[in-house]
Design a binder for this molecule. Structure first.
Ligand SMILES: [Zn+2]
Length: 155
């Protein structure tokens, strides 16, 4: 994730890259995957660019949200936090048999929006998502039954 992506989004949408926008872009890139408030970004910008105005920072952040480059997350405390948008996070769900170790992917379409919303609620910008379901596969359950053992879950 880089400053270049922000600047390209600006110029490809015919926005001038002013020094203020450049400075904001650079400081967002410095934050990496971290979420930050306008105030936090403003304070670190001000240390390097004393002339920069809070309104400019607000406007630039709003613009970048509109352009889809960064995401705005509203916390329980009512404070908006911003972070680099990570496009195309897919939730990988894996089934793993704890007896034979067999793993295979599982497609659950509804899971992704659900987890993304839950992550946003917790003020977490989702960057990757892995879910593993452990269990005993049907083949192993059949083998247990044929060996005379009780099938799990039938007791
Ligand atoms: Zn198995």
């Amino acid at each position: 994730m880089s400053i270049r992506r922000i600047l390209e989004a600006l110029s490809s949408n015919d926005y001038r890259v002013t020094w203020q926008r450049w400075a904001v872009a650079a400081h967002i890139a410095l934050k990496g995957d971290q979420l930050f408030t306008v105030e936090e970004l403003y304070q670190s910008l001000k240390a390097h660019y004393p002339d920069i105005g809070l309104t400019t920072v607000y406007r630039t952040l709003d613009l970048l949200v509109d352009l889809g480059v960064i995401t705005r997350v509203h916390g329980d405390d009512g404070v908006a936090r911003y972070g680099m948008r990570v496009p195309g996070v897919t939730c990988a769900v894996q089934l793993r048999c704890e007896v034979c170790g067999d793993t295979r992917p599982l497609e659950i379409e509804q899971l992704q929006p659900l987890l993304q919303a839950a992550a946003a609620e917790a003020e977490m910008l989702l960057t990757s998502c892995e879910v593993r379901l452990d269990g005993i596969c049907s083949r192993c359950r059949r083998e247990r039954v044929s060996l005379g053992g009780a099938a799990p879950g039938t007791r």
